[in-house]
Design a protein around this ligand. Structure first.
Ligand SMILES: O=C(COP(=O)(O)O)[C@@H](O)CO
Length: 249
């Protein structure tokens, strides 16, 4: 199995004001000094991308956006294009997060269009997929993620830098995680779906795991076959926790 270097990305979601901004900046500065055996990225809200890019300038920590519009420009009030995310200082962008699929009605086709926009702007997409609790309990997890891979990954991704993040919706922010066997089963299915969709171009991109990753479970999760890194939410807002996860790689 060909494995690329692991990627640990922190998704700050809509946090980063007042005390949480002070904490986040402490983390960013600590990260800048930290040697890591993996790629490390922070994905702040769009308003903080430029500020964090400045804070982390000269270090190895990468910056990502949390979303972008599928169009390059135009009358889309409140939206931010992939080019704008890139221009602000990001090199990556999270797309299709379950909070956007559920809260903003994003479909696989919408996500695929955003991936195309991200590639055109020179951004490396992190494409999120994952089943709901209802789907998991109905025994449909593998079927759901395979369908999301087929629908959310445009064929133009073959040969490009990108990552897929498997994030069971029921594990996000709940403290619950799948068993290591369940993670291995789904990651194997995601890899198979990526190869079915992109041919050889689906073999190398890392498949991250996301959902209640913390220092105490990071090492065992990151050691599972086909887990190519982690997408971290809550724990990426606290220096001690995020550094603990990075050290676990
Ligand atoms: O949503 C995610 C997981 O959040 P946790 O707070 O780590 O459960 C993932 O996208 C990282 O934001």
């Amino acid at each position: 199995m060909k494995q690329s270097v692991k990627l640990v990305a922190g998704n700050w979601k809509m946090n980063g004001l007042g005390e949480s901004l002070a904490e986040a900046e402490t983390l960013a500065k600590a990260l800048k000094e930290q040697a890591a055996a993996c790629r490390v990225a922070l994905c702040p809200p769009a308003t903080l991308i430029a500020r964090m890019a400045q804070t982390l300038k000269g270090g190895v920590v990468e910056i990502g956006g949390q979303d972008c519009h599928a169009k390059a420009s135009g009358a889309y009030t409140g939206s931010v294009s992939a080019g704008m995310v890139r221009d602000a200082g990001a090199g990556l962008v999270i797309l299709g997060h379950s909070e956007r699929r559920a809260g903003f009605g994003e479909t696989d086709a919408d996500v695929a269009a955003k991936v195309e926009a991200a590639l055109a702007a020179g951004l490396e997409p992190i494409i999120c997929i994952g089943e709901t609790l209802q789907e998991r309990e109905a025994g449909q997890a593998v079927e759901v993620v395979s369908r999301q891979v087929a629908g959310s990954l445009p064929v133009s991704l073959a040969g490009k830098a990108f990552a897929v993040a498997y994030e069971p919706v029921w594990a996000i922010g709940t403290g619950l995680t799948p068993t290591l066997e369940q993670i291995e089963e789904v990651h194997a299915a995601v890899r198979a779906a990526m190869i079915a969709r992109l041919g050889e171009g689906g073999r190398a991109a890392p498949i991250l795991y996301g959902g209640s990753v913390k220092p105490s479970n990071a090492a065992e999760i990151l050691a599972v076959a086909e887990v190519g890194g982690a997408l971290v939410g809550g724990a990426s807002l606290k220096a001690e926790d995020f550094l603990g996860i990075i050290r676990a790689v």
